[in-house]
Design a protein around this ligand. Structure first.
Ligand code: NDP
Length: 288
């Protein structure tokens, strides 16, 4: 059996179309153009690429976007002041600080300074806590994009065994919460997990967010399973996922490729979160 390829670019395009329509209706209904501010500190080349992509995607969907480029030696206080300014700026509905930050800046302090209502990355403890309590406000973009993909692909989650490899705050943990609230039976694996291959092989839905190229081998996959590859690794100048794609493709029922799988969905969900933030900021939404 050769797996069906879940084309992330196609699903991302569908989400962007909805965002574009939502931008138009926000302008018509409320006279508001959604605004996103992206802050980048230093000149990490990969971060520059991501930020440019986000800026371009905003332009394509009618979202007003501002990129704030700060020098590597920017102090934590200077960055906090910038965030405070954006928290108060009525034309900005979403604030994103591109990670990683230089080592002299405490990431947690910065993420907590962003107003939860403008936290389009969904990393603020308020949004994380809400998610854990079963209330999905601004949800981290990568796992939110995966859920959208599964829904749009008509993959039923109810009662399914889902195994996530990786427990990071940005992917693994929120992914587990999202699947749990959709009634999947969820197992989260990590570097200390024993019998990982056997656990993975029980999954109807296997999500790999490990950061190790080709980590998921065909013998770890139940025949017919849905395999979602979150990994973005560079191998000899090329992008590679966490899944041994050519081999796993022969066992799985459906699989996301790298590139062209989860990556495009992440950016689309950032746009979706920015328009969602506009709604959440309305006085009736109850989020300040
Ligand atoms: P982290 O490095 O924060 O987390 C990796 C996780 O994998 C950890 O929980 C770690 O376990 C676990 N792990 C590492 N080695 C093993 C092992 N041998 N066996 C089992 N588990 C292991 O990574 P992220 O979650 O931030 O990202 C994961 C991957 O996804 C990366 O390749 C990243 O580039 C990519 N990514 C892609 C995105 C996209 O848009 N497509 C967005 C975000 C990330 P432990 O906790 O025990 O250390």
């Amino acid at each position: 059996m050769t797996a069906k390829i879940l084309d992330g670019n196609w699903f991302a395009g569908q989400i962007r179309e909805r965002v574009r329509n939502e931008v138009v209706s926000l302008q018509q209904e409320l006279g508001i153009t959604p605004g996103l501010a992206v802050i980048i500190v230093g000149d990490n080349p990969a971060s520059q690429v991501y930020v440019n992509r986000k800026h371009k995607a905003c332009g394509e969907t009618g979202i007003h976007s501002v990129v704030i480029r700060l020098a590597e030696q920017t102090t934590q206080n200077e960055l906090l002041q910038k965030i405070e300014e954006l928290n108060r700026d009525g034309s900005i509905h979403g604030i994103l600080v591109q990670l990683p930050l230089p080592a002299h800046i405490d990431e947690m302090v910065i993420l907590q300074a962003i107003s939860p209502a403008k936290d389009v990355d969904g990393f603020h403890p308020f949004n994380m806590g809400s998610l854990a309590a079963g209330r999905e406000l601004l949800v981290p973009c990568t796992p939110a994009g995966i859920v959208r993909l599964l829904e749009m692909a008509g993959i039923d989650l109810e009662g399914k065994r889902a195994v996530i490899i990786g427990r990071s705050n940005i992917v693994g943990k929120p992914m587990a919460l999202l699947l749990l609230s959709r009634n999947a039976t969820v197992t989260v694996c990590h570097s200390r997990t024993r019998e990982l291959a056997a656990i993975a092989r029980e999954a109807d839905i296997l999500i790999a967010a490990v950061g190790k190229p080709g980590f998921v081998k065909p013998e770890m996959v139940k025949p017919g399973a849905v395999v979602i590859d979150v990994g973005i690794n560079r191998v000899e100048g090329k992008l590679a996922g966490d899944v041994d794609f050519p081999a796993v493709r022969e066992v799985a029922g459906a699989i996301t490729p790298v590139p062209g799988g989860v990556g495009p969905l992440t950016i689309s969900m950032l746009l979706a979160n920015t328009v969602k933030a506009v709604r959440l900021l309305q006085p009736t939404a109850g989020v300040k």
